[in-house]
Design a protein around this ligand. Structure first.
Ligand code: FES
Length: 336
């Protein structure tokens, strides 16, 4: 049995199974309604039932007083629909609306993705969840007070773990630690989410994503969110790396490329003869500029080293891209 939930004022519509909490149904459809604890305690996910009925199999949540319940308020992380619903709740659409929090996180899995990239899965305590927008980043807080920033590579609907892609940096103490000494079950301190690099869903324009190296991470989160939300816009994804082995999750964008509205263009700057590479060569920003003489009708998201982001910004401007349609995440790899 499933029920239809219409969210107001956005008009978005989601389907919820009878045993599914409303928040999960909304996230599964790629909607960002506010939440915090996901335990019925903090009240961040409160909304108002305009029509229809909900139940709380575990009893009325602590964040909902009897008076609030009587006037139709509900706590979306605990409520299950038992009829079709019209629900009034604000949807998060900008990074300023997402609370920044510090919390512990346990390393649950370390997965080597090629020579110099490690995929790290972090788990938050059972009572904690971190709301974020696809493409944002977190800081890992080191014992000596320093921080290391990493983009979140998963999409908000898939928030059981926080996925990071960490590149091994020559002389980099933290990345060396991750590659050589970090163990599963280790506890880290993190803070986040941060950053204005996230998917602007309200725009009708086709999207060009340009990643350099592990700049793939936030783009992965965005594309997975895009697919989950069933957005109809066209995406061109350019991934610039040195050699073929640097395309560390190549099967993933290749699979996305089977969708009619997704085009994947890997670009090698230093292909080796043994790669027998038949794809595009050169600097990734230049390949984008070669393909698009006029960028004025696109949104361009770019993520990677500062030199790549700067070259993309300058080139895009000369190809007619308005500044407000250029979004970037520029990161320097810390070696100290
Ligand atoms: S997220 Fe805290 S009460 Fe629902």
């Amino acid at each position: 049995m499933s029920y239809q939930i219409i969210i107001q004022p956005s008009g978005h519509c989601v389907t919820a199974e009878a045993d599914e909490v409303i928040l999960d149904a909304a996230l599964r459809h790629g909607l960002s309604i506010p939440y915090g604890c996901r335990n019925g305690i903090c009240g961040a996910c409160k909304g108002k039932i305009v029509t229809g009925q909900v139940v709380y199999p575990d009893g009325r949540p602590g964040a909902l007083s009897p008076v609030e319940e009587a006037i139709g308020q509900t706590v979306c992380c605990q409520a299950r629909a038992c009829s079709d619903l019209v629900l009034e709740i604000h949807e998060v659409s900008s990074s300023q609306e997402v609370p920044i929090r510090k919390m512990p996180a346990r390393v649950v899995k370390l997965e080597r993705l090629g020579n110099d990239v490690m995929r790290l899965y972090l788990k938050l305590p059972d009572s904690e969840r971190m709301q974020f927008l696809a493409g944002q980043y977190i800081d890992i807080l080191l014992a000596d007070g320093r921080r290391r920033s990493f983009s979140i590579a998963n999409a908000p609907h898939d928030d059981q773990f926080v996925e990071l892609h960490i590149r091994l940096v020559e002389g980099g103490t933290f990345s060396s630690y991750v590659f050589n000494s970090m163990k599963e079950k280790e506890i880290l301190r993190i803070e986040g989410p941060f950053g204005g690099f996230y998917l602007r869903e309200e725009s009708p324009r086709p999207i060009i994503c340009v990643a350099g190296g592990t700049g793939f991470a936030p783009i992965k989160g965005m594309v997975e969110h895009f697919i989950q939300s069933e957005l109809a816009r066209t995406i061109y994804f350019y991934w610039g790396v040195r050699t073929q082995s640097d395309l560390y999750l190549n099967a993933l964008p290749s699979a996305w490329g089977e969708r009619d509205n997704f085009h994947y263009i890997p670009v090698l700057s230093d292909a080796k003869p043994e790669d027998q590479w038949r794809g595009r060569n050169g600097w990734v920003h230049q390949v984008v500029l070669d393909d698009f003489a006029d960028l004025s009708g696109y949104d361009l998201y770019t993520s990677g080293p500062p030199s790549m982001v700067d070259a993309m910004r300058q080139g895009a401007r000369s190809h007619g891209l308005p500044g407000e349609q250029f979004y970037f995440d520029s990161f320097e790899f810390a070696s100290q």
